[in-house]
Ligand binder design. Structure first.
Ligand code: AMP
Ligand code: GLY
Length: 423
């Protein structure tokens, strides 16, 4: 089969790396890809948000199946467009992707169908939102309705912060129309976990869970990032918890989406808070997480291509989806200055000197003429290793990250370090 992967991050490199293990794969393209995907597939210079150009590329290269990594093309309706042209594509339709692209939609879905989540109110006027914030207990969470590249959520500990967040969303329009409506939400307390399942709209694969690290610095200090590392499975993820999340959150959501006439196909990603009242949904996403994918796909024993085809054909129950019992840890190496502005174009050295049992997924990298990989983004690489235990996987990664060098490289040293606060 000829497969196209859409995206350019370490998540998409991990998807392509996993697809490479499939015996049914004949040719693979990644659009636009990075230096890592160039070594296992043919990169196509098409931006991942340009869905029309992607459809044209899929036709030109006689692609049999397209797998979409990021949320933006899904929210733009890449699946609807491809299907209308007879092109097979893995992911939710535009209507189903609203589970991520509209927080108002997904909150209403959860409220209507009794799926546990934070209490929330929706506002479309600044004044009404302001009045609500003035009389409610703190902390509060203010969220722009639409996609905001991970920047539209504000956890507010003072009224000033909450009013400023409302101002940014609704008056300054920092996120454009994504801030036309906002949610003001109860702030949940507990451990966060990302939970994933493949679904064909009816059946649901076994769940898999990971923890990610959003802050740039050790001990969760400094600004938010796209994610500085992750590990799987979380130490608190038990069979009992999996069964509970499956029965109270994942299955009801897939059923609810079918009832609302936007059946959900693809990967369903629930961001959960483990509260004292049990797991509650913080948000849904319509895709694999980044950096979670980089620690989940190495644990997937099932052929990813078979799995995607079974989802598309509505016969997921025929495929035994298996996650290995091994642990996986991923540490992100980032450019100096990230998540703020950063320089690009520094040569990356040391990739040849790593232990055998490591996998490095590229994100912001590109190849210079002559084949040298150089930095080309904020998050540059995710270094991952499997181990029999979390500790073994973590040690394998950290024995190696220091050998990879580019000017200004930084990474967190506490990924998968279980502290008093986390255990
Ligand atoms: P999101 O962009 O929706 O993933 O939100 C970003 C982060 O904000 C989440 O990972 C949580 O850490 C935090 N967050 C969002 N909603 C809530 C909530 N209701 N209670 C506590 N924290 C939240
Ligand atoms: N790991 C967070 C995300 O992929 O949205």
């Amino acid at each position: 089969m000829r497969v196209l992967v859409v995206g350019s991050g370490a998540r998409e490199h991990a998807i392509a790396w996993k697809l490479r293990q499939s015996t049914r794969l004949s040719q693979m393209f990644v659009a636009p890809g990075n230096a890592g995907t160039a070594s296992i597939a043919q990169n196509l210079p098409v931006p991942s948000a340009d869905v029309e150009a992607l459809a044209q590329a899929a036709r030109e290269h006689r692609v049999d199946l397209t797998i979409v990594g990021p949320e933006v093309p899904l929210a733009e309706g890449i699946v609807d467009l491809f299907r209308s042209q007879g092109l097979a594509v893995f992911g939710p339709t535009k209507a189903a992707a609203r589970i991520e692209s509209s927080k108002v939609f997904s909150k209403a879905l959860m409220q209507k169908h009794g799926i546990p989540t934070a209490e929330a109110q929706v506002f479309s006027s600044y004044e009404a939102a302001r009045r609500y914030v003035m009389k409610h207990e703190l902390p509060l969470v203010v969220k722009a309705d639409g996609l905001a590249a991970g920047k539209g959520v504000f956890v507010c500990h003072s009224r000033e912060e909450a009013l400023e967040a409302l101002h940014q969303c609704m008056e300054a329009r920092a996120f454009g129309s994504a801030g036309d409506q906002v949610l003001v939400e109860e702030c949940l307390q507990g451990r966060e976990v990302s939970v994933f399942a493949f679904t064909d709209g009816t059946h649901l694969s076994p769940l898999v869970a990971a923890c990610d690290y959003k802050r740039v610095g050790d001990g969760d200090q400094g600004p938010n990032t796209g994610g500085m590392g992750s590990y799987s499975p979380p130490e608190f993820w038990t069979d009992g918890l999996e069964a509970k999340v499956r029965a109270t959150i994942m299955e009801p959501t897939v059923r609810a989406m079918a009832q609302e006439e936007c059946p959900y196909q693809g990967v369903l990603y629930a961001g959960l808070m483990m509260t004292q009242e049990g797991p509650k949904v913080i948000e849904f996403n319509c895709r694999l997480g980044d950096p979670e994918a980089q620690v989940l796909l190495p644990r997937l024993k099932t052929d990813l291509l078979d799995l995607c085809l079974a989802v598309l054909e509505g016969r997921l129950q025929e495929v035994a989806v298996e996650w290995s019992r091994e642990a996986c840890v991923g540490v992100v190496l980032a450019s100096q200055g990230y998540p703020a502005d950063y320089p690009r174009g520094f040569p990356i050295d040391g990739l040849q000197d790593l232990d055998q049992n490591l996998v490095v997924f590229h994100a912001g990298t590109k190849l210079r003429d002559g084949g040298q990989a150089v930095t080309d983004g904020g998050r540059v690489l995710t270094v991952t290793a499997l181990g029999r235990t979390l500790e073994e996987a973590r040690q394998r990664v950290y024995r190696n990250v220091g050998r990879i060098q580019f000017e200004g490289a930084h990474y967190r040293r506490d990924i998968a370090v279980l502290t008093q606060a986390t255990v």
